[in-house]
Design a protein around this ligand. Structure first.
Ligand code: HEM
Length: 488
């Protein structure tokens, strides 16, 4: 056989062997996502440095390594998921494989040593399913039902009080008043109680909830490098005292003797009644009183999310006088000046403003964890891997939005109707999706409507610089923007 023919035959044989080996790889064999080079101990933590919003680092990784990227953040195995298709796969199509939450020591400590007490940071379980099922009726009241109308009335009542309180000022920090308004809507809706602005214990409660809300929205290197936890000992001790005070107030001022007074045949008047009823008559999925109390606190604490969100929304509006004018025109046309703005008014532009503020804030989807070894985007994801779903990229991508840095509510309106693109996922999705999104929309519409009906917001001293809204998280520090209010 001539030499060239022999070489060609050998090359062919080699190709066949290689193809054979590749073919023989079992169909389910691991194909792990690409991973950048990592450093000892910290792994890839250094890659998150230098970004104003940590999730921007995930977008940079996407551009370099593709939509699904494996990272070792300190001691924690992670995967970053980019793009609508893959994020939807994680949330919905394979949502039942990725329905746990990270096991950070901080979450354990914040919830009396057991993160399973928390609605948002627990792993999926039959208890969580039962807790979500019970909540649905209260957090997603159906339009035009008695419960919906009651909520509408509460929002009108509380926003009326807010407007009266604002009328006494020309310059003020809005955040404390917004927190009071939202807290009283939540407390009246879920527990049928409200508290006055002069009640010092109530104001203390709001500041305590706000502190916990700020804390759960922070990310720490110690979440990934547990040996750094002792550095946070003081802060965690303080937070433990703060959560203890919240529990005391809820027991004393919100629950009082309702547990003892509850009768088995009572029609539940609110969420608190439903919880007490379930604890006393357990049915298939029993609920103990302690777990019920944590669920109640978590859901009341949701007011801090709305209060912080609205504060940011108004800081956006200060810099957008023409957006304020358009909201006011819409209210003048649909509602007028004498009637209260209600959540049933068709305020499409105002709703679009709420979406636009949520988009620009781009708060992260609470990370998920794989409860079993699974697949995502064709890659194997090992059990226990933490998934970061990059919705900051979805909200800010130039491919999906025209001029994404600009505040342009019109992007959410098509043919005169509110339009929510399918890649807009600020509340996550699937079985762990946000339980509060409807309340966010309803309360925000009531508050924005009531304030814009009566006032125009101006920057203090005409200077817009202090109104730069920090993005990448809903939470604001305790002291935030001071606004100038001009009566219309
Ligand atoms: C603008 C305000 C808010 C935003 C942007 C927001 C966003 C989110 C997101 C992204 C998640 C994770 C979803 C997922 O993993 O798929 C979540 C979970 C959750 N949210 Fe919200 N949320 C807001 C306000 C609220 C409010 C007001 C409440 C309470 C009434 C609330 C209750 C919850 C609960 C209980 C969970 C955990 C659900 C679970 O893990 O099963 N949220 N939220």
């Amino acid at each position: 056989m001539p030499l060239t023919l022999l070489t060609a035959s050998l090359v062919l044989l080699l190709v066949l062997i290689v193809v054979g080996i590749v073919r023989k790889r079992p169909p389910g064999a691991a194909r792990e996502p690409p991973m950048p080079l990592r450093l000892p101990i910290i792994g890839h933590l250094h890659l998150l440095r230098g970004y104003s919003v940590p999730y921007q680092a995930f977008t940079a990784l996407k551009l370099r390594y593709g939509p699904v990227v494996r990272l070792q953040l300190g001691a924690v195995k992670c995967v970053v998921v980019n793009g609508q298709r893959h994020i939807r796969e994680a949330l919905v199509t394979r949502g039942h494989h990725f329905d746990f939450r990270p096991n950070f020591e901080r979450y354990q400590r914040l919830f009396a040593g057991n993160k399973e007490n928390s609605l948002a940071f627990c792993d999926w379980s039959s208890t969580q399913k039962a807790r979500r099922d019970m909540l649905k009726a209260h957090t997603f009241p159906r339009a035009f039902t008695a419960q919906f109308q009651r909520l509408e009335g509460l929002v009108v009542e509380e926003t009326g009080r807010l407007v009266r309180a604002l009328s006494a000022h020309s310059t003020l920090q809005l955040k404390p008043l917004l927190l009071q308004t939202c807290a009283n809507v939540f407390l009246s809706h879920f527990c049928s109680v409200r508290f006055g602005a002069q009640n010092a214990a109530f104001l203390d409660l709001l500041s305590n909830f706000d502190e916990v809300f700020f804390e759960v929205n922070q990310g720490y290197a110690a979440d990934f490098l547990p040996f750094l936890m002792p550095l946070h000992r003081r802060k965690l001790q303080r937070l433990s005292a703060v959560t203890h005070k919240i529990r005391e107030f809820i027991n004393r001022e919100v629950i009082g003797d309702r547990f003892e007074r509850h009768q088995p045949d009572m029609e539940p008047a609110d969420y608190l009644d439903s919880l007490i009823g379930r604890v006393k008559a357990p049915g298939k999925e029993p609920l103990d009183w302690d777990t019920a109390l944590f669920a109640l606190e978590d859901i009341i604490g949701g007011h801090a999310a709305v209060g912080n969100f609205l504060t940011k929304l108004f800081a956006f509006l200060v810099a957008e006088p023409q957006v304020q004018r358009r909201i006011q025109q819409e209210i003048d046309a649909q509602v007028g000046v004498d009637q209260p703005v209600t959540i049933s008014h068709r305020l499409v532009y105002t709703q679009a403003v709420i979406y636009e503020a949520i988009r620009l804030i781009s708060s992260p989807i609470v990370p998920r964890v794989a409860n079993q070894t699974s697949e995502l985007g064709g890659y194997t994801i090992e059990k226990g891997t933490v998934l970061f779903l990059n919705n900051h990229d979805l909200s800010m991508s130039e491919e999906l939005w025209a001029e994404p840095q600009q505040f342009r509510p019109e992007r959410f309106i098509r043919a005169g109707k509110l339009f929510k693109p399918e890649y807009f996922l600020p509340f996550g999705g699937g079985r762990r999706s946000c339980m509060g999104y409807k309340l966010v929309q309803l309360v925000s519409l009531g508050v924005v409507g009531a304030i814009m009906q009566r006032f125009t917001l101006r920057p203090l001293g005409g200077d817009l610089a202090p109104y730069r809204v920090p993005i990448g998280s809903l939470a604001l520090p305790k002291d935030s923007f001071t606004f100038q209010l001009e009566k219309r």
